[in-house]
Ligand binder design. Structure first.
Ligand code: C2E
Ligand code: MG
Ligand code: MG
Ligand code: MG
Length: 285
């Protein structure tokens, strides 16, 4: 490789790699320190029960406020955390925080946690849940574990056995971002998921493309046939909400109802909603 591209180019290439690798290593050091320095926190985005017209759940979403780079989006640091293995201690922090939050809020509200494939390879994972649930006296049925299709792509047997242990504890297991992965349908044969989250990319065109109504409708019907409940992700407009309501999805999540909120704001949001007797929709939608 070095000889073919000539001396000069190789030096250039190495230098670029060096800078990128160094930046990545610095970022990794920062991320390692972030937990101890209270730079990471969770926000909670409401999930609406469509028939009952009320918030019955929420999804915990990680946020990192970097002292120099500002708010780093999860799409940028989760990958780094996975590759460096930092996702394991970080994920344990998420689990403990979420179970503690569940003990503090209305018991009618479930909380979903995103769990990465790397975490599912760790045999200690079920124990982390059990310990937190026991300590805070939380019903495991209120905690949902969201996994993406990529979990079942690699190390299937090991991952599946840990996933089964999580279900045996009484946790609910959801398949996240359904339809975006590789051969999505085959995953439905591998594990009996409790819930299927229909990816935002299918929900987004609902108010302008008639064929997307057929696609979301078919996914919903498939989930029904397999005894799964369904969530429409990324509902931003009243027309999209109307479409997923007619299709018959069980729950909806998206900016139309609420952005991810701090725990205090979530509690206030649910209280307001209970007082008004119906979910609030943002005018922006
Ligand atoms: P996800 O699990 O599919 O989470 C939903 C994402 O969609 C969130 O982005 C949420 O803020 C965003 N969203 C919700 N409603 C709307 C909407 O109406 N419109 C639009 N445009 N977006 C909407 P976020 O918070 O940036 O998270 C991105 C991804 O990062 C998540 O996707 C999840 O895969 C991952 N992630 C977040 N927190 C954690 C965590 O604690 N652990 C792990 N392993 N992954 C996490
Ligand atoms: Mg999710
Ligand atoms: Mg999702
Ligand atoms: Mg998605």
């Amino acid at each position: 490789r070095a000889k073919a591209s000539g001396q000069g180019n190789v030096v250039e290439f190495d230098r670029t790699m060096d800078i990128e690798a160094q930046a990545l290593m610095q970022m990794e050091r920062d991320l390692r320190a972030a937990i101890d320095n209270d730079q990471i926190h969770l926000l909670y985005q409401p999930l609406i029960d469509i028939d009952r017209n009320r918030t019955t759940g929420c999804e915990a979403l990680l946020r990192w406020s970097h002292p120099e780079h500002g708010n780093v989006p999860p799409d940028r640091f989760i990958d780094l955390a996975e590759r460096s293995g930092l996702i394991v201690p970080m994920g344990e922090w998420v689990i403990r925080s979420v179970v503690e939050a569940a003990a503090q809020i209305d018991p009618g509200i479930c909380i979903a946690i995103n769990v990465s494939p790397v975490q599912l390879r760790n045999p200690d994972l079920p124990g982390v849940f059990v310990e937190a649930l026991t300590r805070h006296g939380v019903d495991p049925g209120r905690i949902e574990v969201e996994i993406t299709e990529s979990v079942l792509l690699a190390d299937t047997d090991a991952n599946l056995s840990i996933l089964r242990k999580l279900r045996d504890i009484g946790l609910k297991i959801s398949l996240d971002d359904f339809g975006t992965g590789y051969s999505s349908f085959s995953y439905l044969r591998k594990f009996a998921f409790d819930k299927l989250k229909i990816d935002r990319s299918f929900v987004e065109p609902l108010d302008r493309e008639p064929q997307s109504i057929s696609i979301v409708g078919s996914i919903n019907a498939l989930a029904r046939a397999l005894q799964m409940t369904t969530v429409a992700e990324g509902v931003e407009t009243e027309r999209q909400f109307e479409a997923v309501r007619i299709i018959g999805c069980d729950q909806a999540q998206g900016y139309l109802f609420a952005r991810p909120l701090t725990l205090d704001a979530l509690v206030a949001h649910v209280e307001t909603e209970r007082r008004e007797g119906a979910v609030q929709m943002s005018r922006a939608g």
